[in-house]
Design a protein around this ligand. Structure first.
Ligand SMILES: [Zn+2]
Length: 263
């Protein structure tokens, strides 16, 4: 079977293990069913996730001009503390920014290779944790807008990592830690205007990924350099496909690339 479509991050279902789907215009591929099968991936073009044109992808699935112009790629996406919709202040499109920023957000601790702090919209829990390949996670605060989440993350970054080591995550070089204890230790560093939003009663969420064989020395497939690859799928973790020969393919960082999948 050959499926053709533009890559966008895999849709997921929080089951045990997590279920993954690739959604193309005309096809819906249940990726878990491809485990132990050979998959060919071929780059055949580009399709910017905003304008839809066949232009090289710059970042986050967008062509260069969309990345710098469109409201969906404002700086406050990656740096929530720059959010200004709560002040009625526009970055690129106030209506859009109000819709996204003025809704409940979660600051969380997730453990994928090490414990890290992160921010997400409440509707994206636990999707965000799945996408990061975290095997355990917990909420720290639930706040009414993105700005408050952002300043909390900035304050906590001095005391806990904010990045994942993707190689460790994929090698499953992990340990279980007590995130409730981590959260209580970090509580004193939460900014004063956010302390009322601390999540008191909660338990850790545990996530199980469909992986049959972890890579020993993961090497990342770059479709720009190698436009044609084939391998046997051995697992899916985060937004990565893991192949038998230790090749790993990050679907998320290849968004906007049009591929032919040969299954
Ligand atoms: Zn574009």
């Amino acid at each position: 079977m050959v499926y053709t479509g533009v890559l966008t991050k895999m849709q997921t279902e929080f089951l045990e293990p997590i279920q993954y789907y690739l959604v193309f215009d005309n096809d819906f591929i249940h990726v878990n069913q491809l485990l132990n099968k050979t998959i060919g991936i071929k780059r055949v073009g580009y399709q910017c996730l905003s304008c839809g044109l066949d232009r090289p992808i710059f970042r986050q699935g967008f062509c260069k001009s969309c990345f710098f112009d469109k409201p969906v790629a404002g700086d406050w996406i990656m740096r929530p503390e720059l959010s200004t919709a709560h002040l009625g202040k526009e970055d690129r499109d106030l209506e859009y920014e109000k819709k996204v920023q003025l809704q409940p957000h979660i600051v969380y601790l997730a453990n994928s290779s090490n414990v890290k702090v992160g921010v997400t919209r409440k509707t994206q829990v636990p999707t965000r944790w799945i996408d990061q390949g975290a095997h355990e996670a917990i909420e720290i605060v639930e706040v009414p807008n993105r700005y408050l989440a952002g300043i909390t993350e900035v304050a906590l970054k001095d005391h806990v990592a904010d990045k994942t080591n993707w190689r460790k995550m994929l090698k499953n070089d992990i340990e279980d830690v007590d995130l409730i204890e981590w959260r209580s230790n970090l509580k004193v560093f939460i900014p004063e205007e956010v302390t009322d939003y601390f999540v008191e009663n909660n338990s850790e969420t545990h996530l199980a990924f469909p992986v049959e064989q972890y890579p020993i020395k993961p090497k990342s497939l770059n479709l720009e350099k190698m436009p044609n690859y084939a391998g046997i799928l051995k697992g899916i973790k985060g937004q990565y496909l893991i192949f038998e020969d230790d090749t790993v393919f990050n679907i998320r960082s290849n968004e906007g690339i049009v591929v032919e999948l040969n299954v």
